[in-house]
Design a protein around this ligand. Structure first.
Ligand code: DMJ
Length: 677
């Protein structure tokens, strides 16, 4: 499921023209986030506010007065912005599209500099975000889906869910885009309502909307000087608007968890807080969707002190584990009525992916105080190693394949683009987000950790190869890989250091890949990748950029930034929508010129120019461009040691357990099913 949105014209403040320059320019400090939940923090926790009371049944009334006042202020500001500075806004916006387009035209003859200017590269990403967001603002503001070529737009529910706006909030804050953020807040405070008599997807609404609001709440309190907004509590910019909306939404989402098993229904009617079975798949839920809601609800529980948010999502994990997934690998459907898995199909692509992601991230979110999630993660990694990791026939690229008919049946050498979140997540699991050189100094560092780093490097290279291999330099939605008739499996070739003390160390297998896509198209590694006609599209997905960000932060290896830069350039070149503008200045004749108007997903990564699909997904704004921006930023901006990113790239702080907020269950069976791996 995917949805999107764009903007209308608004004025820009001088702040917007000051690009954040380096760490100090943004005012980040690596130790700030650590204090968010500590005693000495100056901001009150939301739950400590005198007017806070638990809710669940009563969608907020006590805020009516303040909300109306805010709405009036917002309306005034909106009118003021629109009426006083329209020309400044539009010329600034057009300039960025023009500048980007001019820059794109220089890329063909680009000579790689001896020393890359990462600040300048980061600014290109920020400009790309601005052009994308401004187009949305101008053509589809407030709508959930945006088609930038046709300028069409659509809502998921009447009045809109704020799909594009809410998903973009924390990127706007991180990029210090003040006037766009102000406009977004105006829309949220005056137009966003959740009393919609319509079903919405439980998972997507949680990761994009709840995650977006919570991250904006955190960032606006933790870094109030970024995209500063002063229309709320003094000293707590943005605090109440975001958290009010988040609690309202979460209370309505709770109905999705009222199933026999605790596994959430795929959809929920927000007006009635009523869970709705999937209309397909016999009512089964996707396993990844059911198990990718914990970071958001647990953080909300921490903020509000309401343990119910915690309990419902913790229960999901218990229900899944009760099914005793073999070797830590879960089939991709599970039924909310029975709590049972519905298929044997195992994959880390669609419907499987973020189950694994949220195992390790739950462990990290609660400051490594919940060993159960590390145990589950470790089991899964061993299961992946045993059943899913293989090498390609010609170039020994490492592939994380699928077992569509169960673990005892054939391996399929196929990887969805979605699987490419794994290299970075494996490196995150091995080091906890620390720099590798520091993690290696820990007495707990083992041969197994070392192997995980090598696996993450190998898979990263495979994901990069899927970009490098195509005419556009962009990966298809799905890649198939050529394996030997009897696939060469990682587990057959190398003993597992987790279970064998004498295991010979695994060494990097694959060939080194060239950096430029112009390289010899007959190289043998290219024969290992096969793209089926139905899978040639590219939705501007984030997973490979995401992993590059983790790999660079963790290993410090510049190659990952360089690969990211190549990918970013390909996105700008081939997913841009160009428009011709005829300037109309009274009394003068100016020639028409071209500029980039917006960006869109594309239909075929092998065609130049590629056919445009006429859709900008919200994760282009919330994830892909954010990960590029952070990849090119200093490594302590949103430090990996102090934060976890939810699966939609919304950063949330790590915190400690306490009171009723604890792991509420124990495993009924232990890791014995891993014996003999
Ligand atoms: C995002 O919405 C999330 O990352 C989700 O977990 C799956 N993938 C899409 C983007 O590709």
């Amino acid at each position: 499921m995917s949805f999107q949105a764009p903007l209308s014209s608004h004025s820009r403040s001088p702040n917007d023209r000051q690009s954040p320059q380096g760490l100090s320019g943004l005012g980040f400090s690596s130790n700030q986030a650590g204090g968010f939940f500590e005693k000495e923090r100056t901001l009150p926790m939301y739950k400590d506010k005198p007017y806070f009371t638990p809710r669940r049944t009563a969608p907020r009334r006590r805020w009516k007065g303040i909300a109306s006042l805010l709405a009036l202020c917002a309306l005034f500001l909106f009118w003021y912005n629109k009426s006083s500075l329209p020309s400044l806004q539009s010329s600034d916006s057009k300039d960025k599209g023009l500048q980007l387009w001019k820059w794109v035209q220089t890329l063909e003859n680009e000579v790689s500099p001896e020393k890359a200017d990462w600040d300048a590269r980061r600014e290109r990403v920020r400009d790309t975000f601005s052009v994308s967001f401004d187009a949305y603002e101008n053509e589809a503001w407030g709508f959930d889906q945006y088609s930038p070529s046709s300028q069409n737009h659509k809502n998921m529910v009447e009045g809109g869910m704020g799909w594009m706006i809410v998903d973009s909030l924390d990127t706007l804050i991180l990029m210090n885009l003040t006037s766009q953020l102000r406009h977004a807040r105006q829309w949220i405070s005056t137009s966003l309502r959740y009393d919609q008599d319509h079903d919405v997807n439980t998972f997507e609404t949680t990761i994009r909307m709840l995650g977006g609001l919570l991250s904006a709440h955190y960032l606006s309190n933790q870094y109030p000087h970024l995209a500063p907004i002063a229309d709320d509590d003094v000293g707590a910019a943005g605090e109440d608007l975001y958290i009010e909306k988040a609690t309202d939404l979460a209370d309505r989402l709770l109905g999705a968890f009222e199933s026999n098993s605790g596994i959430p229904f795929s959809s929920v009617n927000l007006n009635r807080s009523l869970g709705i079975r999937s209309h397909s798949d016999g009512g089964a839920a996707s396993t990844a969707e059911a198990t990718t809601v914990q970071l958001e609800f647990k953080y909300l529980a921490k903020l509000t002190g309401e343990a119910e948010y915690w309990r419902v999502v913790e229960k999901v994990m218990e229900a899944v584990d009760k099914q005793h997934p073999e070797d830590g690998l879960v089939p991709i459907f599970i039924h909310p009525d029975s709590g049972e898995f519905q298929t044997k199909n195992i994959r880390l692509g669609s419907r499987g992916d973020s189950y694994y992601e949220y195992l390790i991230k739950q462990y990290l979110q609660t400051s490594e105080q919940e060993p159960i999630y590390k145990e589950l993660w470790d089991e899964s990694i061993q299961g992946i190693r045993k059943h899913l990791l293989a090498f390609t026939k010609n170039a020994q690229l490492m592939v994380l394949g699928e077992r569509p008919r169960g673990l005892s049946k054939d391996l399929l050498g196929k990887m969805d683009h979605l699987v490419c979140f794994m290299p970075g997540t494996i490196a995150l699991g091995a080091t906890g987000g620390q720099l590798l050189s520091k993690a290696r100094q820990s007495p707990e560092w083992s041969q197994q950790h070392e192997e995980e780093i090598l696996i993450s490097r190998e898979l990263m290279k495979t994901c990069w190869a899927t970009y490098l291999n195509t005419a556009t330099g962009l990966a298809p939605e799905i890649s198939h890989f050529v394996l030997d008739e009897k696939p060469v499996m990682m587990a057959d070739k190398y003993a597992d250091p987790a279970t064998s003390a004498t295991a010979a160390p695994y060494e990097l297998q694959g060939i080194s890949l060239p950096l430029s896509q112009q390289a010899d198209r007959s190289e043998p590694w290219r024969k290992d990748i096969d793209i089926h006609p139905m899978d040639r599209h590219n939705l501007q997905r984030p997973e490979t950029a995401e992993s590059l960000f983790y790999m660079y932060r963790i290993t410090g290896d510049e190659i990952y930034r360089e690969w990211g830069w190549e990918m970013f350039k390909s996105f700008v070149r081939h997913t841009a929508i160009i428009e011709t503008v005829t300037p109309s200045v009274p009394g003068t004749v100016s020639p028409p010129y071209e500029r980039i108007k917006s960006f869109t997903s594309i239909g075929n990564v092998e065609a130049i120019p590629p056919e445009k699909r006429d859709r900008m997904e919200s994760f282009w704004l919330s994830e892909t461009l954010k990960y590029f921006y952070l990849l090119f930023s200093d490594r302590d901006i949103i430090s990996l040691e102090e934060h976890v990113f939810n699966t939609e790239a919304h950063p949330l702080p790590r915190f400690k357990l306490g009171g009723e907020l604890k792991t509420g269950w124990e495993r009924k069976h232990q890791a014995s099913n891993m014996e003999g791996v």
